[in-house]
Design a protein around this ligand. Structure first.
Ligand code: GDP
Ligand code: MG
Length: 296
């Protein structure tokens, strides 16, 4: 009978942009759930990765970056951060071993001081720091005064990931699983596929363009040996559109080819991708559009 004890809970991942929150979530889950890039503000949605092991389940919430409210989008992101922390069973604060603890980390850890949930600090990118440096950052992390446990880890190489999972699990309450063990994400297929396309756009754009891009899946048709997908890259200005279309349409073609390969890998089937670029001014301030894109 299913009377064995299980520990389960929601773990909110906090940390400055680019410290490796998404990469670490992916390493814990073991499959791709959040998109990764070297551009800040990649993660707009609180994407849950679900990791299940012998007697435990971690539901990871990849928090959007904490920022000064500027427009409707960043305000939603900020509200989301607060809500996710209220609902969490533990918080995983990620810092960067290479850069050490700075004002940004202190700001975020300050916002966790009042939290009633246990806090675990991951000193990530340990592959980029030597022993002495890691020891120093571990001490500085301790001095933040919020952590129940602190672990050095490399989300990239996987070193230390199982220790951090064990540490988190030990802090979780006992309870039944929230999701079936085989489930890794709660994103709808529509949103997940759109995110995979957006990742390909981010990999090929610079400066203000990444922040101005959203991808909307217009249509998806599953055929026996083929999936037809129609997607639109939304940008805010004609000049951004010009960049993404590229000379003679070369840029959008390159993005489309790369995205098609990734989608084929994800769906395990041949994909026909119709990709276009459209200007939608101020989409970031458009509450209706944000609703439709699933950005809460
Ligand atoms: P986030 O903004 O905190 O979610 O950061 P991401 O997960 O998107 O990672 C930002 C960048 O850091 C990406 O280029 C990652 O490949 C890189 N990165 C993440 N974790 C590690 C790590 O453990 N070691 C190294 N060397 N790079 C990492
Ligand atoms: Mg991220």
């Amino acid at each position: 009978m299913g009377l064995e004890l299980t520990r389960t809970g929601f773990v909110a991942i906090a940390g400055r942009p680019n410290v490796g929150k998404s990469t670490l979530a992916n390493a814990i889950v073991g499959s791709k759930v959040a998109i990764i890039s070297d551009k800040p503000q990649t993660t707009r949605r609180a994407i849950r990765g679900i990791a299940t092991g012998e007697g435990w389940q971690l539901v990871l919430v990849d928090l959007p970056g904490v920022q000064r409210p500027r427009d409707a989008l960043t305000m939603r992101m900020q509200r989301r951060v607060e809500h996710e922390l209220e609902d969490a069973d533990a918080c995983l604060l990620v810092v960067n071993a290479e850069q050490g603890i700075g004002p940004g980390d202190r700001f975020i850890s300050g916002s966790l001081e009042g939290a009633t949930v246990p806090v675990v600090i991951a000193v990530n990118k340990a592959d980029r720091a030597d022993r002495a440096r890691i020891a120093e950052v571990l001490t500085d992390a301790e001095a933040l005064g919020v952590a129940d446990e602190i672990f050095p880890v490399s989300a990239r190489t996987g070193e230390g990931v199982s220790a951090i999972v064990e540490g988190l699990v030990s802090l979780l309450p006992e309870g039944p699983f929230y999701f079936p063990p085989e489930q890794h994400s709660d994103l709808t297929e529509q949103v997940l596929l759109a995110e995979l396309v957006r990742e390909q756009v981010l990999a090929r754009t610079r400066q203000e363009v990444p922040h101005a891009v959203e991808v909307e899946l217009q249509d998806i048709e599953h055929h026996e040996d083929l999936v037809r997908i129609e997607a639109v890259i939304l940008v805010e200005t004609e000049s951004q559109k010009g960049i993404l279309v590229g000379a003679g349409g070369r840029m959008v073609k390159t993005i489309g080819t790369a995205a098609r390969r990734v989608l084929e890998g994800e769906l395990g089937r041949r994909v026909h991708l119709a990709l276009s670029v459209r200007v939608r001014r101020h989409w970031r301030a458009d509450e209706h559009l944000l609703d439709r894109l699933g950005i809460e």
